[in-house]
Design a protein around this ligand. Structure first.
Ligand code: PLP
Length: 396
């Protein structure tokens, strides 16, 4: 994305100290950074093979996956393609549940593969209901259903557990969840939620540099892949990767060595914290942030019943200029993201997922207060930070 507002001075400053509060990449903490700086090893080095295997097995257990976890080089978008490639064949029907920009991305991916696509879309800020999805699934046979757990354009969270429960009525349909802005922030359990394929990218709630994707395929998804026979895709073919995931000393395509280490360190941090505790931390933080954002005069795009805990889409108060505000934010030490599509210029997006702390939030809100004042809004210093701490400290 071209921010278009970063001048040279800001660039110099960013090199020093600008908090990255966009919805990915998210802040990379020192222990994870250290893994990126390690001396390279051969992919067949027994020390690396052991680390890669620990990552593969650890990730499978973390999400309670009945099949196989595939941490490989690539981004979230490649994982979307991987999910479709391994669960459908040309002229199959796919049902796309879209709560925004990233949900819609599946439409193009599926149409290019020659799939028959039906889309259920929600108005931005809302999410498609389980009842609507059930009704559509009853109309015809779908090979797969896709839904973004959190759509990063709207900061809406879909009810993936409820959808998964309903999906038990349609065992012939592969349930695909895009967890790119959710996994390791929002709570997920593949087996309990009846999810067949889940995926994310390293740079979102895992808090690692961009460059790795993780795709989890449950038993049913692996059976589907097998039933498809030879597929046209090569790099993303799970059958190609399965022997590597079993024994990573084998070669198929070069693993991103340092990213594997970085992701393993991140996984260990997540294991230590616990997925549920990590979700509770994200939720407590998000609720406090929402109180602060509203105190500062922003409106929150997502309806209260479907708000994500990993990021927020904030609609500007009257008279606040988008470019001026985001530029002021950089000067004050935090970079936030532009809104997408019809909300461009009218809103901004703030990521609050991964390995972030209460100190980061106070820094962010302080920068927001100063930026709003710079932009001519009448804000009493402390309004945002005060609302945040008040809410945070009163939540158990
Ligand atoms: C970021 C994101 C993607 C795309 O991931 P890339 O790593 O940018 O390719 C897909 N889906 C969602 C929900 C995302 O937030």
């Amino acid at each position: 994305m071209n921010y278009g507002i970063i001048d040279e001075r800001a660039e110099m400053k960013m090199e020093n100290n600008v908090l990255v509060m966009i919805p990915g990449p998210t802040p990379v903490v020192r222990p994870i950074q250290n893994e990126m700086g390690r001396e390279i090893q051969a992919f067949g080095d027994p020390r690396f093979v052991k680390d890669y295997k620990a990552l593969i097995d650890g990730l499978g257990a973390l999400l309670n996956c009945s099949g196989q976890a595939f941490p490989v080089a690539g981004t979230g978008t490649l994982a979307m393609e991987m999910a479709i490639a391994n669960s459908t064949k040309r002229s199959d029907s796919v049902l796309i549940v879209s709560n925004g920009f990233f949900g819609d991305r599946f439409i193009d991916i599926c149409q290019r593969k020659g799939l028959d696509v039906d889309v259920l879309s929600a108005e931005w800020g809302m999410c498609v209901s389980v009842e609507e999805i059930r009704a559509k699934l009853k109309e015809k046979h779908y090979a797969a259903l896709t839904v973004s757990h959190v759509d990063t354009s709207t900061a809406v969270a879909a009810p993936i557990a409820e959808i998964g429960e309903m999906m038990r009525e349609f065992p012939e349909t592969i349930y695909i969840v895009d967890g790119v802005a959710a996994t390791a922030g929002e709570y997920e359990d593949m087996d309990a939620m009846n999810i067949d394929i889940l995926f994310t990218g390293s740079q979102k709630a895992f808090g690692v540099c961009p460059g790795m994707l993780i795709l989890w395929a449950g038993k049913k998804a692996l059976e589907r892949r097998k039933a498809l026979g030879t597929i046209p895709e090569y790099y993303v073919d799970l059958e190609k990767w399965l022997p590597i995931m079993d024994d990573p000393s084998k070669y198929f395509a070069t693993p991103a060595i340092n990213l594997v280490w970085a992701l393993k360190k991140s996984m260990e941090l997540v294991q230590e914290e616990g997925l549920k505790a990590r979700y509770e931390r994200h939720k407590k933080n998000a609720l406090a942030l929402h109180a602060a954002f509203e105190a500062l005069g922003f409106a929150i795009l997502a309806e209260p019943e479907c708000r994500a805990v990993t990021l927020t889409n904030l609609i500007y108060p009257l008279g606040l200029d988008d470019a001026a505000f985001r530029k002021a934010m950089i000067d004050e030490g935090a970079i936030i993201a532009a809104a997408l599509a019809s909300y461009a210029g009218k809103a901004c997006r703030i990521g609050h997922m991964g390995n972030i702390t209460i100190n980061d939030m106070v820094t962010l809100l302080g920068a927001m207060e100063r930026s709003l004042i710079k932009c001519g809004l009448d804000i009493a210093p402390g309004t945002g930070v005060g609302a945040y701490l008040k809410r945070y400290l009163s939540t158990p």
